[in-house]
Design a protein around this ligand. Structure first.
Ligand SMILES: *Cc1c(COP(=O)(O)O)cnc(C)c1O
Length: 480
């Protein structure tokens, strides 16, 4: 399998060659030159497989430069009940991403695919845990080391730290805005005691953290001398690992591969739903992929109108589903490349326009009319909708959902089709956003036993000024 850049101007590479990097040299994102096709007979054969084996069937189509025994070993080590049992209170843990039907609404079943039982209680663990094992494998193979520098406002940073803790050849330097995360989120990150994980609490806001990461990454000699890398959401390894649970969700929801299902995906950077798009392109019988946004509705606006308008930082709202508070959807370029007929020149021109003019408008182009073939729909949700949905899912079904999943359920209900099961991806557990749950329900969020004493654990965190040189000095002092 070869990978090409969405901007059409970088050499094609293999899976292991693109695994540790970020953007392609021409500024584009990597995609396989073609999507492998899966037949109904294959799907039937995959029904009932352990998750790790299903993951092998899907991922071996994309990582054909990893020998079968190695890939199987990595996947079996990653997708275990022990790793994905942290929030679990139910019985079908062996499914890794169990499907829970809520009930019947408007003539069809609606259910939640549980993606949030990994170590940090959010769906990012599904891919990040694999990435940790893949990174360790690839670095060892090449005798390399990697120092991951990142900025987080919560979920991504903790998922990365829990994935990389104790991994040989990897160190993580994670910048977070001091005092700006929920107490649960900061306790989760700062309580890690692994010597290869460094939490830097910056006196500033998330944007300051991100600016420092950008400044360090733009210092090319520092970056090269200190083997600096990232694990942001455009990493192909993360996207492709997420493709697997669309297959699992489909197989758990259906009895025959002649049936169709739809998925609703709480969306921010378009990484999660991009994986759904890829599963559909591979032939998985998905009727619709529904992007659910919060008030930061860049994606909903695009699917409704054909106008893609990236927001400025000042226009980006801080909402009660904060992991979807994005100004532009960094993985969206992958889908644009596909609907532009894999035309790298055209895609490059469109994203040049995003940089220069803030967006593009295809509302009058035939490609926008033809978009229907990709099955996308969309909707948005507000703080009030979120509270209301948390309340009525609790009242109607006795199930407590988090704020992001609530955005998903709200939008899913607007797109139900009789006879086509609707699967909403559950992207986090309620305890992560306990302040809003308390407001919605008037009682605290359920706390999984493994996290009961998280806030009283000793913390290991370095306070630092919002200053690029201080961060560089810290990295230099803690790397070889
Ligand atoms: C990251 C995240 C999302 C958004 O996922 P994208 O891949 O960025 O679209 C939604 N919900 C939660 C809880 C998240 O952590």
């Amino acid at each position: 399998m070869r990978y090409q850049s969405t901007r059409g101007n970088s050499p094609q590479q293999s899976f292991l060659e693109i695994l540790l990097g970020g953007l392609a040299p021409d500024g584009g994102l990597y995609l396989p030159t073609e999507y492998p096709q899966v037949t109904k007979a294959q799907l039937d054969a995959w029904r009932g497989m352990p998750y790790a084996d299903l993951a092998y069937e899907v991922l071996s189509l994309y990582c054909d430069d990893i020998p079968e025994v190695d890939l199987r070993t990595l996947l079996r080590k990653t997708y275990t009940e022990q790793v994905y049992c942290n929030g679990r209170k139910e019985d079908n843990a062996k499914d890794i991403t169990p499907l829970h039907w809520l009930g019947e609404e408007q003539g069809t079943r609606i259910g939640l695919l549980s993606l949030s039982n990994g170590p940090t209680l959010a769906f990012k663990d599904m891919a990040m845990q694999l990435l940790g094992n893949l990174f360790e494998y690839a670095l060892k193979k090449n005798g390399q080391e990697l120092n991951i520098l990142g900025a987080t406002s919560g979920d991504t940073g903790s998922a990365a730290e829990y994935a990389m803790r104790g991994k040989e050849g990897v160190k993580v330097f994670m910048l977070s805005p001091r005092g700006k995360m929920s107490s649960f989120q900061s306790a989760q990150m700062y309580s890690l005691q692994d010597p290869n994980i460094f939490n830097l609490a910056v006196a500033g806001v998330f944007d300051d953290c991100q600016d420092i990461v950008k400044a360090v990454s733009n210092d090319h000699s520092f970056k090269a001398n200190h083997q600096i890398g990232t694990v942001n959401s455009i990493n192909w390894g993360r996207v492709v690992a997420q493709v697997v649970y669309y297959f699992q969700g489909y197989l758990l929801a259906t009895k025959s591969s002649d049936e169709q299902v739809s998925f609703t995906v709480p969306s921010g950077n378009f990484g999660n739903i991009c994986a759904g798009h890829i599963a559909r392109m591979m032939g998985l019988p998905i009727a619709h992929l529904i992007a659910a946004t919060n008030e930061n509705d860049v994606l909903d606006e695009f699917f409704r109108t054909g106008v893609y308008r990236a927001r400025k930082s000042a226009e980006t709202l801080h909402t009660s589903s904060p992991s979807m508070d994005i100004s532009k959807a960094s993985n969206f370029e992958r889908f644009v490349f596909d609907f532009m007929g894999k035309d790298g020149k055209a895609t490059a021109a469109m994203f040049k326009q995003v940089d220069q003019a803030g967006g593009f408008d295809i509302s009058k182009d035939t490609v926008f009319k033809d978009l229907a073939q990709y099955g996308f729909q969309s909707g948005r949700s507000t703080h009030e909708n979120r509270l209301e949905t948390i309340r009525n899912v609790d009242a109607q079904y006795g199930v407590m959902i988090d704020t992001h999943t609530a955005d998903g359920v709200k939008v899913a209900r607007e797109h139900l089709q009789a006879g086509i099961p609707m699967i909403v991806l559950e992207t986090a557990l309620p305890i992560k956003f306990e302040e809003t749950i308390e407001i919605a329900l008037g009682r605290p969020a359920e706390c999984p036993p493994a996290f009961k004493d998280i806030k009283s654990k000793p913390q290991r965190v370095e306070n630092i000024e919002a200053d690029v040189d201080q961060v560089k000095n810290f990295i230099t002092a803690h790397t070889n």
